[in-house]
Design a protein around this ligand. Structure first.
Ligand code: R5P
Length: 309
């Protein structure tokens, strides 16, 4: 195994990627280089890795899929190419939030499996490994041709916020897809009560509604667990249902927070008292959202990943 001093961290485009790369550099004790990002007049992306990276054989590129996700994708492709050009032979993409993962199958005829197209592009641009935090569905990582790592953040987030999981707590998945998260969190924290709601989405309008559910939240403090909050619609729906069906309170754990449009207002109106999320996307000032720094958690797992490359 080669020493960690041969690895360098390369910060990606956007505020969350910059913050995450600084945290990883601190926690892993690795040098951080910050590329210059610019746009050409026609808005094509331009990147240049400034600073001396000679002597480094491996690089961890920290590029979260910040909005617009297409720009984050292009920058991650360009950085890999620049690193190859500079003679770096092993390259890991650490995407704190991995985009395009929710279009993981053809829902309507004529659609692509977007995540497959993106994984193929990342593979062919030169990445040897891909790491992320709580990807929407873990199996999509199989589309990437190389080593992969999917970091489970919820047990850590719960501990960091000091929220107890007592007899009066129920952990709830807002849809069946989130059930594995809730099962694992229950296993790792000893929380005994958990279940899932049944969500249906109209594939044309994007509208979501809840079908019949077997969860009994009466007299309980509910912790809703999801990979991402985008427009807040899913969480608002779950919260309203839980409170109408007797829950005392609704607290939310989400790995990633996009908070698009009036997401926060929607969730507050639906009775959500607090949202805890990771620092994987740009921070937004908020009355109910708090951020947990996940770089310490990621550093340990990334160290293992690179030592096996
Ligand atoms: C869907 O399956 C995801 O796990 C999230 O529940 C969903 O993408 C959240 O989106 P929104 O906040 O817009 O409801």
């Amino acid at each position: 195994m080669e020493g960690p001093e041969q690895w360098v961290i390369v910060g990606g485009w956007g505020s969350a990627s910059a913050e995450f790369s600084e945290g990883l550099s601190r926690n892993m004790g690795l040098k951080l280089v910050k590329p210059v990002f610019k746009l050409f007049p026609d808005e094509e992306e331009y990147v240049r890795i400034e600073g001396d990276i000679s002597g480094f054989t491996g690089a961890i590129v920290v590029q979260s899929f910040e909005r617009p996700a297409s720009r984050s994708l292009v920058y991650s492709l360009l950085i890999a190419d620049a690193l190859k050009e500079a003679g770096v032979s092993r390259i890991v993409l650490m995407a704190p939030y991995m985009g395009y993962t929710r279009q993981d199958r053809v829902f309507l005829p004529g659609e692509p499996v977007s995540v497959r197209a993106v994984m193929r592009a990342l593979t062919s641009s030169g990445y040897n490994a891909l790491a992320s935090i709580e990807v929407h569905k873990e199996y999509v990582l199989d589309y990437f041709d190389g080593s992969t790592l999917n970091i489970f953040p919820f047990t850590y987030m719960l501990k960091e916020t000091g929220i107890p999981c007592g007899d009066n707590t129920i952990i709830v998945a807002p849809d069946k897809g989130s059930l594995p998260r809730v099962e694992r969190l229950a296993r790792e924290t000893g929380c005994r009560s958990y279940g899932y709601l049944v969500k249906e989405r109209d594939r044309i309008t994007g509208e979501v509604r809840l079908a019949k559910s077997t969860v009994d939240p009466r007299g309980k403090d509910a912790i809703v667990v999801d990979d991402i909050i985008s427009t807040g619609g899913t969480i608002a729906l779950a919260s309203r249902w839980l409170l109408e069906n007797g829950a005392n309170s609704v607290f939310v754990l989400a790995a990633h927070y996009l908070g698009i449009g009036n997401a926060e207002e929607k969730m507050m109106k639906a009775g959500v008292s607090r949202v805890v999320t990771g620092n994987t996307l740009p921070r937004k000032p908020s009355k109910i959202v708090t951020y947990v720094d996940l770089t310490g958690l990621a550093a340990g797992q990334l160290t293992k990943l690179v030592s096996n490359l």
